[in-house]
Ligand binder design. Structure first.
Ligand SMILES: Cc1cc2nc3c(=O)[nH]c(=O)nc-3n(C[C@H](O)[C@H](O)[C@H](O)COP(=O)(O)OP(=O)(O)OC[C@H]3O[C@@H](n4cnc5c(N)ncnc54)[C@H](O)[C@@H]3O)c2cc1C
Ligand SMILES: NC(=O)c1ccc[n+]([C@@H]2O[C@H](COP(=O)([O-])OP(=O)(O)OC[C@H]3O[C@@H](n4cnc5c(N)ncnc54)[C@H](O)[C@@H]3O)[C@@H](O)[C@H]2O)c1
Length: 479
């Protein structure tokens, strides 16, 4: 006999967890399925371990760059120990107990949809009024010839390893590749980063790629752009990757102890019977959803499996959207201005459109870029030889911000000012009236907005290119 529930949640990564929590709090009868660990990719193999191991090198850089403090040493054994604590030693028993305490039925097994509102997991059959699919994504490893011969890692091996290799080749110059290169290089691993695009982080604008390149190179990383991994082989203890240019010409080979793939992700949809719930898949296997995360009749999909914006914060947001729709208080999802942060050193952040995307949409734009060291005091009080850039993109007709990027210490924190402005379409006139705490990185927005040279209604606009002079409050320039 099958058991019946109000809602079944398939997959308890960040998306599924938020949806389940919200529904349980609202008094719904909820069953949750998880085939691995409650918390999903993010909690054990992705966001949490990667940000945990990136922090000690960042702290060391801070010590090296701040005047009057010295002596920071990295300790891999202690870092790995703290990382293991942060990933709960790959044990989710406390999470299972927590959900049971909250009133959920927890089934630690793979769920398959067998018909509308019907789910099978092992020998259990469940029916549910609503199904939320939150099954996430898997790492993609390109099918290179000889791949079976080499030591190939994805994020899973990389972020659970107890020993570090001496040399690693990283394939892919997007978020995973760039963060992983930063982490390992700072811990002394010799890194070659292979990227088939013309610039790193090529979903962002060219300046972001340029700055990322500069900082990664300064960290000692050997970066090969416009280059693809085409073949793999083993020679003794070495894993060898053969390379090719974009035109198909040989581009040499690289030998390493391990080859790490940061070559994208694919939605987990195969063989899970989603077609029985009337779900439609897109060209990349992603589940198609509407503004309320509806994927079919009483069927919802959230997180990486939708392929919309594969970030934890987006999975969590969609978890709220789907749960609220089920609870009869629907509000549509909007994805404008959601932040994108790459936790390198310094951090790289973006929100909204790039110039290229805006141009494709036919928007008349005005853009500006600010070198923070020329414009505000905080970079100087923060570190010697200060780093930091902010770029803004405005819609010249609507006089609102439509895009922003930032590269600098804690850029992942201060990008949220732009994110909110873009999401809420705050008039630039209003933004110009904001008063930021002195001395903070936030002050850069004021200067950059004034540089935009938009004809505004208020009297706050200044001449194009004018720079706020903060020198009256700045100490003499360090030589
Ligand atoms: C190295 C790395 C670093 C990252 N860092 C960040 C970051 O700093 N910030 C950020 O926002 N994003 C980051 N991401 C992306 C982030 O990890 C994902 O966007 C996020 O995990 C997606 O959440 P989700 O709930 O959709 O899926 P997942 O976290 O993948 O969880 C899905 C869950 O569903 C379970 N499951 C799958 N199929 C079934 C089934 N049939 N039955 C039962 N259970 C099932 C899986 O076991 C899994 O636990 C990173 C990704 C990587 C690879
Ligand atoms: N801080 C964060 O929020 C964070 C951190 C890491 C990952 N993530 C998310 O996780 C997901 C996966 O990230 P990712 O970096 O693996 O994927 P991605 O899809 O963003 O990038 C993969 C890159 O690998 C390149 N590539 C693929 N095959 C190649 C080959 N054979 N040779 C050379 N280059 C090749 C592609 O051109 C592409 O640029 C992304 O959606 C990302 O947003 C987020």
């Amino acid at each position: 006999m099958s058991e019946h529930f109000d809602v079944a949640v398939l997959g308890l990564g960040p998306g599924g967890e938020v949806a389940a929590d919200r529904l349980l709090k609202a008094g719904k009868n909820v069953v949750v399925f998880e085939r691995e660990l409650i918390g999903g990719e993010c909690a054990y193999w992705a966001c949490i371990p990667s940000k945990t191991v990136l922090r000690p090198p960042e702290a060391r850089t801070e010590v090296q760059r701040a005047a009057g403090v010295s002596g920071a040493e990295l300790d891999w054994a202690a870092t790995a120990k703290y990382r293991d604590y942060m990933i709960r030693n790959l044990d989710d028993q406390a999470q299972v107990d927590g959900y049971i305490k909250e009133g959920a039925v927890v089934i630690k097994d793979e769920a398959r949809i067998t018909g509308p509102g019907r789910i099978q997991a092992g020998d259990r059959e469940i029916t549910a009024e609503h199904i939320i699919i939150a099954t996430g994504s898997d790492a993609v490893i390109p099918p290179l010839d000889g791949i079976d011969q080499i030591t190939a890692w994805t994020n899973r091996e990389t972020y659970t390893t107890s020993t570090l290799p001496e040399r690693a080749v990283i394939i892919g110059g997007s978020a995973v590749g760039v963060e992983t290169a930063t982490f390992l290089a700072r811990f002394g691993v010799a890194i070659t980063l292979i990227h088939r695009g013309e610039r790193l982080l090529d979903r962002e604008g060219p300046r972001v790629g340029e700055l990322a390149h500069q900082y990664l190179q300064e960290a000692g990383i050997d970066i090969r752009l416009a280059t693809s991994a085409v073949q793999a082989r083993r020679e003794g203890a070495d894993s060898i990757i053969e390379l090719q240019t974009r035109d198909g010409d040989p581009a040499g080979e690289v030998a390493a102890d391990v080859v790490i793939f940061g070559t994208g992700r694919t939605p987990r949809t195969e063989g899970l019977g989603f077609e029985h719930a009337g779900v439609t898949l897109g060209d990349h296997g992603e589940i198609q959803i509407d503004d309320h995360c509806r994927a079919g009749e009483n069927t919802w999909a959230i997180g990486d499996v939708t392929g919309i914006m594969p970030f934890t914060h987006v999975a969590k947001y969609q978890g709220r959207i789907a749960a609220d729709a089920i609870l009869g208080r629907p509000h549509p999802a909007t994805y404008d201005g959601i932040p994108r942060v790459v936790f390198t050193d310094p951090e790289i952040a973006g929100a909204g459109l790039t110039q290229e995307q805006a141009t494709k949409q036919g928007i008349r734009t005005i853009a500006t870029e600010l070198d923070l060291a020329d414009a505000i005091a905080r970079p100087w009080t923060y570190e010697q030889d200060p780093r930091g850039h902010l770029g803004l993109l405005a819609d010249a007709d609507r006089k609102i911000l439509i895009g922003a990027w930032a590269v600098g210490p804690m850029a992942g924190e201060w990008i949220h000012h732009a994110s909110l402005a873009i999401r809420t379409q705050l008039p630039i006139d209003t933004l110009l009236d904001q008063v930021a705490q002195f001395p903070t990185y936030h002050e850069a927005y004021q200067v950059a907005l004034e540089q935009l040279d938009l004809p505004l209604t208020g009297s706050r606009n200044v001449q194009a290119g004018a720079r706020r002079n903060w020198h009256t409050t700045r100490p003499p320039s360090p030589s």
